[in-house]
Design a binder for this molecule. Structure first.
Ligand code: SF4
Ligand code: SF4
Ligand code: SF4
Length: 278
């Protein structure tokens, strides 16, 4: 099965249950957001009298994954494009390469990484459950299922309700096809969907350009791996040094405190063992 999500904008009532469920399952700071950011992986936009859930499109051939030099982004067999924060070095190649402007950078963090929707791959899909967001939608506006089956369902809705829908399934071909699909009653370009997204898969275009400079690419990847390793190693050494320092300080404080304490009466009443101070 190729997992996918069908967002039918004609059914969305803008309740925000999907966005709240996403924040809850991913332990993201609560609050209503009006745009995607590192702490908001989906939100409900409003334009042209239409509620529009925004999220990662989970491209069939994701450019984000193709440009990531450390393999932090990966297209899984089931269709979700996952993200491994422990590998991310914060280079922002994915931010620049995504044709849908999805990955967001943690600008406020000291050691920033990028963030995006992962289709609940680890927390739900692996257990055979549907994503948290689709499971709570009260109107069926966001549906989880097999991509081919959802395309069939989308075609059926358009065919049986030509006055309700524009005759286009967004994501069927855009960027080479995506695992998140949209139906709408309003032309997609009026809702902020990128009209200029091409039908070809973007990694092909990216690699066509990058293949002309293979030595730069491989050097860059090796360099970034090196930088990442050095930074991690320094952080580990710094942490180890801090721990050692703390232990030594604690030890010397204990040493210097011991005779003083033993010579003086405590300045406050001391509770007997297991009891409380009076
Ligand atoms: S929409 Fe962007 S972030 Fe999401 S899978 Fe496609 S390229 Fe990657
Ligand atoms: S699939 Fe999971 S991570 Fe993605 S928007 Fe829905 S709840 Fe959030
Ligand atoms: S839960 Fe469903 S109806 Fe509510 S905002 Fe999300 S997609 Fe729309």
């Amino acid at each position: 099965m190729q997992a996918a999500i069908l967002n039918d904008l004609t059914k969305c009532i803008g309740c925000g249950a999907c966005a709240a469920a996403c924040k809850q399952i991913n332990n993201l700071p609560k609050g209503k957001a009006r745009k995607l950011d590192a702490d908001t992986w989906t939100f409900v936009d409003y334009r042209e009298n239409t509620f529009i859930r925004r999220m990662c499109m989970h491209c069939l051939e994701p450019t984000c994954a193709s440009v990531c030099p450390v393999g932090a982004l990966r297209k899984t067999d089931i269709g979700a494009v996952t993200y491994d924060a422990s590998r991310c070095i914060g280079c922002r190649y994915c931010v620049m390469a995504c044709p849908f402007d999805i990955p967001k950078y943690q600008w406020s963090k000291t050691l920033p990484i990028t963030q995006k929707c992962v289709m609940c791959f680890e927390k739900r899909l692996k257990k055979g459950e549907q994503p948290a967001c689709t499971s709570v939608c009260p109107t069926g506006a966001t549906l989880f299922g097999d991509r081919d089956a959802l395309i069939g369902e989308a075609r059926r809705r358009i065919r049986e309700n030509p006055d309700r829908y524009v005759p286009h399934i967004y994501g069927l071909h855009e960027a080479g096809g995506t695992s998140v699909l949209y139906l709408s009653g309003v032309p997609f370009e009026k809702l902020g969907f990128k009209a200029q997204v091409r039908d070809e898969a973007y990694p092909e275009l990216t690699w066509a350009a990058l293949s002309k400079v293979p030595h730069i690419l491989s050097f860059g990847a090796a360099f970034l791996f090196g930088v990442s390793w050095v930074i991690n190693r320094r952080m580990q050494l710094a942490a180890a040094g801090n721990n050692r320092e703390e232990q030594e300080t604690a030890g010397s404080e204990e040493e210097s405190n011991r005779p003083v304490v033993s010579r003086r009466s405590p300045p406050f009443p001391v509770a007997p063992e297991g009891g409380e101070s009076q």
